[in-house]
Write a protein that binds this ligand. Structure first.
Ligand SMILES: [Zn+2]
Ligand SMILES: [Zn+2]
Length: 390
């Protein structure tokens, strides 16, 4: 294992220089093209002159912030490492201390993104060429481009995001695929790069199926999905680039880095909350919206101990653990339950699910959630639904 660890560290050092260089050179090329009036960022000015396609301007602004934050965070991190007074002041001792800390911060995300980056593009092409036209056959109607239809499409998209993401946390087999995104114990922009390579595929297929039934126009989806990818990356801005990440009063209308930091927390209060990416709406409706509380200091990661510099544990650890539980379980029914019940569920032992931990915590700290407001709101819908049904 020690031999493998060395190989992993060596790969990481190479990747660190390569990816950082790629980021900086890509960004400077991007900026240069903008200055000379070409490229993606020129979209920022185009819609103003054309008085249409305003979303391009917003995409351009978010698009330029992403590399700025990512490069800035890496720069601030390295700077703080070289100035760290607790490390030996010179020589090999200092280099190895910096390397150790850099591995903990960036090794899992750089390695996972390199592996993940090789496959999804091919898979996503398949989603749009193969699945989408097939699902379209089942849509009874397709909405047109009016402003209220855009709101409908956005809410529908967010609902499907909430659904798959909730399932990814509450169904063990899907958690196996989602857990690498949560395994990093540091929070920075590069965490957005970590996804199990097959996850984007099954979630998009599921989302498209529901959205086609709901009559969403595929062209609208492309716009919303571009927003989602960009905003979904931006909300991983760590404390080094956006200190509180609360974004002022906008936090009531959009998901902020602060909301998403909570989603990455392993404190009982924060487990399985804030599943949305763009709007806090469905989290609010379903009672999973959780603001960051000053009383509960965030600890990032998942509840079991993960060695982030061991790629096998980091990326496949949950799959190994499920396999272990399946081997141990008696009877087909128990085996099946291990696959579909929430992580932490056990056939014979105590309940270690996130829902239970959160409930226990809130029983002793009732003022820290938003649960009360949700109950009234959900009750309203439940009563309305009953009235309609009768
Ligand atoms: Zn998640
Ligand atoms: Zn995330």
């Amino acid at each position: 294992m020690k031999g493998w660890k060395l190989v992993e560290t060596a790969i990481f050092i190479g990747l660190f220089f390569y990816v950082t260089y790629d980021l900086v050179s890509g960004f400077s090329q991007y900026s240069w093209e903008t200055v000379s009036g070409k490229g993606f960022v020129s979209d920022f000015f185009d819609p103003i002159s054309q008085k249409k396609e305003y979303y391009k301007s917003i995409l351009a602004v978010i698009g330029i912030f992403i590399p700025i934050f990512t490069i800035w965070e890496i720069f601030v991190f390295l700077f703080s490492q070289f100035r760290n007074k607790e490390y030996p002041q010179a020589g090999w001792g200092k280099i190895s201390a910096i390397l150790r800390r850099t591995s903990l911060e960036y090794q899992p995300t750089f390695l996972a993104s390199t592996l993940g980056g090789l496959i999804p593009k091919i898979l996503m092409i398949d989603v749009f060429w193969h699945w989408l036209p097939w699902f379209q056959k089942y849509s009874f109607f397709t909405i047109t481009f009016t402003w209220y239809n855009w709101i409908y499409a956005l809410l529908a998209w967010e609902l499907t995001t909430w659904l798959w993401h909730f399932g990814a946390h509450r169904i063990r087999i899907f958690w196996c695929l989602h857990s690498p995104h949560h395994a990093p114990q540091e929070f920075n922009m590069t965490v957005a790069w970590v996804h199990f390579f097959a996850e984007g595929y099954y979630t998009t297929v599921l989302q498209l199926f529901i959205l086609m039934i709901l009559g969403i126009n595929p062209a609208m989806l492309v716009v919303i999905m571009s927003f989602e990818v960009m905003w979904g990356t931006l909300i991983h801005a760590g404390e080094r680039s956006l200190k509180t990440g609360r974004l002022g009063i906008t936090r009531f209308f959009v998901m902020t880095p602060s909301h998403h930091r909570v989603h990455h927390g392993r404190n009982p209060l924060y487990l399985d909350t804030n599943f949305c990416t763009l709007l806090p709406f469905w989290d609010w409706v379903f009672g999973t919206l959780q603001p960051l509380r000053d009383e509960v200091k965030l600890e990032y990661g998942i509840t079991r101990k993960v060695v982030v510099t061991n790629f096998w544990d980091f990326y496949f650890g949950e799959i190994f653990l499920l396999a272990h539980d399946l081997k141990r379980a008696h009877g087909v029914k128990n085996k099946l339950l291990y696959v579909i019940m929430p992580p932490g569920w056990s056939a014979d032992g105590p309940d270690h699910t996130a829902a239970k931990s959160r409930k226990d915590f809130l029983a002793t700290h009732p003022g820290l959630s938003l649960a009360k407001k949700r109950t009234q709101f959900t009750n309203f819908f439940v009563t309305l639904a009953r009235k309609v049904a009768h």
